[in-house]
Design a protein around this ligand. Structure first.
Ligand code: ZN
Length: 282
């Protein structure tokens, strides 16, 4: 993906950071620091890097389980609003989709537990600063765990909820309901952010609202293919281009999921502000 650089490679999966992080990481560190003293800045830096690492490990959790089901993971992309694992496909069997979706939050929960244990161990040894940093990282991961279990796309909870509904209603109807609930939650988030003057929350709400609708449109295209002429793949030995699947995550932000480049003209050609800002996601 354009505007990103590789920071690590694990089990053959390139982990890349979006270029905006170079600017926003110091800002995140400053906001975590809450002051300008040396120890505050050190705390802020550890927290900002710890957040990125936590998000990367969460995505890695999704990726390794998806790989066990034979999916190929192209890359994990870290963005200021979270992380995404780009996969060639995500298992469609509800049972398998749930396992891929739950793996990320379980990693976050394990990291939260490790942070809290670190707090008790380090404060027991008299290391108060290290102990409180471990506690803060544990709390951050607990937040990642809870936030991602919201029953809304693009969060993992949305997928789990859809997988639970699918055997009863079918995948399309299950996605429609999950997307509707996702949009409702996004509106609540947005209103909350507006009333509290939290612009970041409003941005996340706009993102969640947009992705919830995009998820439904994507499944509608998958489940109800358009007439053959529109779907004809480009000629050549390579055959049809596989659809990309994104298992997205959100940091303090939400785990998102973007839409594959459509093989057919998009149902809604009008671009949202969000799409303009992050055009290369599509
Ligand atoms: Zn996730």
């Amino acid at each position: 993906m354009a505007y990103s650089f590789q920071v690590a490679k694990i089990r053959g999966i390139p982990i890349r950071a979006h270029i905006t992080l170079v600017i926003l990481l110091p800002a995140m560190a400053m906001s975590f620091a809450g002051g300008t003293g040396a120890s505050a800045l050190l705390f802020g830096t550890v927290m900002a890097l710890g957040l990125l690492l936590s998000v990367a490990l969460h995505e890695l959790g999704h990726s390794l389980v998806a790989m066990a089901y034979g999916c190929r993971v192209r890359q994990i992309l870290l963005l200021p609003i979270g992380g995404m694992a780009q996969m060639d496909r995500i298992p469609r069997l509800p049972r398998e989709e749930v396992r891929v979706a739950i793996a990320g939050p379980l990693v976050s929960l394990a990291l939260a537990g490790a942070g809290f244990m670190g707090f008790f161990l380090l404060t027991g040894l008299g290391q108060w600063n290290a102990g409180s940093t471990a506690l803060a990282l544990g709390a951050l991961n607990l937040m990642l765990f809870l936030f991602n279990l919201l029953p809304s796309f693009p969060m993992d909870g949305g997928r789990i909820f859809r997988a639970w509904l699918t055997p009863r209603l079918g995948r399309l109807e299950a996605t429609r309901i999950a997307a509707k609930i996702g949009r409702f939650i996004a509106v609540l988030f947005g209103l909350w952010g507006l009333f509290h003057g939290n612009l970041f929350l409003v941005l996340i709400a706009v993102f969640v609202f947009h992705v919830a609708g995009a998820e439904y449109r994507m499944v509608r295209m998958q489940e109800q293919p358009l007439p053959p002429p529109l779907f004809r793949p480009p000629a050549g030995p390579a055959g049809p281009r596989p659809l990309d699947d994104w298992e997205i995550s959100v940091g303090p932000p939400p785990y998102g999921r973007s839409v594959p480049p459509p093989l057919v003209p998009p149902l809604k050609p009008r671009r949202s502000l969000f799409e303009e800002l992050f055009r290369d996601w599509h």
